[in-house]
Design a protein around this ligand. Structure first.
Ligand code: NAD
Length: 284
């Protein structure tokens, strides 16, 4: 990031859910490198703690918090502890998420409950915990992680896509409302980033395709590294962009969706064909 960007983050306090792995871990690293203090909140507490220790040994201010975003009271308590200890809250990164893939006829009710609880309710719980604090301060920035799956027609991931569309909708509405309170809201829409979620993540799963074949499908979509993603995403956050698409080339598919939903659905049908081929390919 530029020196100007780095300076803007210095001394800021950020709370990052899903901060132990992938995008959340990379955001934590970039934020601390820019001088921010981070609260790394994750269901995988040991992994979050190891990251916080590593960042502290490099001179950063980093705390690990055990948090399951599905628990609203725990979320509120964790944010309250961060605010009490650090004195304020400048950023909430509502980033924890899971992937549950599979065609609709293969998804169980438990799959639907899990994905909605983590990817949508988790974000709602974060907003409910942090927004009143930020309104009270008259400042703050809520950054929700959705996905390109929240902007375009997808294939074999209806549950995931439904939650991510909901996160985009929530973020846009909240952004409009929050402005008069001095609070900013952005939504991150990653394309494909090389993290464990490409095969579901620690708590996700895929119903139709083996982990190995999923990783192959992901690689075909030219994933970027989490560190690269975090740098570019934070640039968008500092510019207070509403919808931040990284890598930028994915914007072409977003434009296609708006220009011609029919063509976008045809593109999704081609992707579905590839996923079905991967599902019937020998297990690797
Ligand atoms: N990697 C990609 O290609 C990609 C693309 C689009 C969107 N995203 C989104 O980015 C976000 C981060 O994903 P990632 O790619 O870094 O995956 P990841 O699996 O590396 O990280 C997700 C983190 O969330 C945590 N988590 C899961 N459920 C939780 C819960 N209930 N409470 C607290 N923490 C929980 C996991 O322990 C993990 O540390 C997710 O919201 C994901 O949907 C990722």
């Amino acid at each position: 990031m530029t020196t100007k960007g780095t300076a803007a983050l210095s001394q800021k306090v950020a709370f990052i859910t899903g901060g132990a792995s992938g995008i959340g871990a990379a955001l934590s690293e970039s934020l601390t490198a820019a001088g921010a203090q981070v609260w790394i909140a994750d269901r995988q507490f040991d992994v979050a703690d190891q990251l916080a220790q590593r960042l502290r040994s490099a001179g950063a201010r980093a705390h690990a918090v055990a948090l399951d975003v599905r628990d609203p009271a725990a979320f509120e308590a964790a944010v309250a502890e961060a605010v009490q200890t650090s004195g304020r809250l400048d950023y909430l990164f509502n980033n924890a998420g899971i992937g549950i893939g599979g065609e609709v006829d293969s998804l169980t009710l438990e799959d639907w409950t899990d994905i909605i609880d983590v990817n949508l309710r988790g974000v709602i719980h974060g907003v409910r915990a942090a927004y009143p604090v930020m309104i009270g301060q008259g400042s703050g920035h809520i950054v929700n992680t959705a996905s390109m799956a929240g902007l375009i027609t997808t294939s074999a991931q209806a549950g995931y896509s439904a939650t991510k569309h909901a996160v985009v909708a929530l973020s846009k509405t909240l952004r409009v409302e929050a402005a008069s309170h001095g609070v900013q809201v952005s939504v991150l829409c990653p394309g494909v980033v090389r993290t464990p979620i490409l095969s579901g993540g620690e708590y996700g799963r895929n119903r139709n395709v083996s982990r190995e074949n999923l990783l192959k499908l992901g690689e075909a979509l030219r994933p970027i590294e989490p560190g690269q993603f975090a740098e570019q995403a934070l640039r968008g956050v500092l510019r207070n962009q509403a919808i931040i698409v990284v890598p930028r080339w994915w914007k072409a598919l977003w434009y296609l969706e708006r220009l011609s939903p029919t063509l976008s659905m045809r593109t999704a049908a081609v992707a579905l064909k590839r996923t079905r081929e991967a599902a019937s390919a020998p297990l690797q």
